[in-house]
Design a protein around this ligand. Structure first.
Ligand SMILES: [Zn+2]
Length: 328
């Protein structure tokens, strides 16, 4: 994906800031530990002295000090850990705490971009600050079954809303846990306010935490990008072409609120192309919609419906409008 220079620089600046903060935090922890355990500072000082002496000798062409230095460093490291634990600190208290341990907050693993860099690109290109905010509020840690009644049985699912949502959540976890091994897609359908977007965000958060790239778009936003990609000119077209690439290629695409876009033949064709292309690439999609299966069949083309019916887990969510429940 072609990033503009300023976008690329913005991402790199964020990595720089993370590294600076890591270093700053580590300095503070080190200072704290040195005050609490003076012996640990003596060990560190001895390692530094040994390293300086070895470097001097090596500069003069003597490479014998290397094994000795290695031994001193290893022994010091063991002693440090033992001292930390003895004084009630975590063993890794003096290790840097990285946001992304995979690339140590550099954005790269070797010469390859790390998954966190790829997600940073996706976030910047799709202005995804909305999902980042949403998943801090909407995730499985705060997901509550209390909003789903167990007082009646819904005729369409033959389950109480509570039992039904438990099943849906179970399938969602299965989707998350098997994400890398088993190709699957989800259709979350049901009335307004039953928690479809909430659930999609919960899943997004889990997959983002597991190093996958996720794009969240409302149906309206998706078709807007697809339309600009097809008909836009100049700058507009450059942006949308850029956006289009990852729509087909991100690990998980969430299309929220399908059916709220202005429906026409363009939308129909594009929706099919989008979900079909992702299917061919074995890339997962979650669609949420207020439409019933019958409505999907009527409003969109037969081939859209058949793609969804045959390749998506169809999860109906039933219940009362949670947004209204939260008000009382
Ligand atoms: Zn990383």
């Amino acid at each position: 994906m072609a990033l503009k220079n300023y976008q690329y620089n913005k991402i790199l600046r964020e990595y720089d800031m993370k590294q600076l903060k890591n270093k700053h935090d580590l300095d503070i922890r080190t200072e704290e530990v040195y005050n609490a355990i003076p012996e640990l500072k003596e060990i560190d000082d001895a390692v530094v002295t040994c390293a300086v002496q070895s470097a001097k000798l090596m500069l003069m062409g003597d490479d014998k000090p290397l094994p000795a230095l290695k031994k001193v460093t290893e022994e010091a490291s063991e002693k440090r850990t033992a001292l930390l634990v003895k004084h009630g600190y975590p063993a890794d208290y003096l290790q840097p705490a990285y946001h992304c341990p995979d690339c140590k907050d550099t954005g790269y693993i070797g010469t390859e971009k790390c998954h966190c860099f790829k997600q940073a690109i996706v976030d910047i290109v799709y202005s995804q600050s909305n999902i980042k905010t949403a998943i801090t509020r909407e995730n499985f840690e705060v997901f509550s079954y209390d909003f789903y009644s167990e007082d009646y049985v819904d005729p369409s699912t033959r389950l109480s809303p509570r039992d039904n949502i438990k099943k849906v959540v179970e399938v969602s976890w299965d989707f998350i846990h098997k994400f890398d091994e088993e190709y699957n897609n989800l259709l979350l359908y049901g009335n307004t306010g039953v928690g479809k977007t909430f659930l999609a965000n919960c899943i997004a958060r889990e997959l983002l935490d597991r190093a996958h790239t996720v794009i969240y778009l409302t149906a309206f936003q998706l078709f807007d990008i697809l339309e600009k990609n097809k008909f836009g000119k100049g700058e507009d077209n450059y942006e949308s072409q850029n956006q289009f690439e990852y729509i087909l290629d991100c690990d998980l695409l969430i299309i929220d609120d399908l059916g709220t876009e202005l429906n026409n033949s363009f939308v129909n064709v594009q929706l099919y192309l989008c979900i079909n292309e992702r299917f061919l690439r074995r890339k997962a999609t979650i669609i949420s919609t207020n439409l019933s299966l019958d409505n999907i069949n009527t409003i969109y083309s037969e081939r859209v419906f058949s793609r969804i019916a045959s390749n998506y887990s169809l999860l109906k969510i039933v219940g009362d409008d949670i947004r209204l429940k939260k008000l009382f």
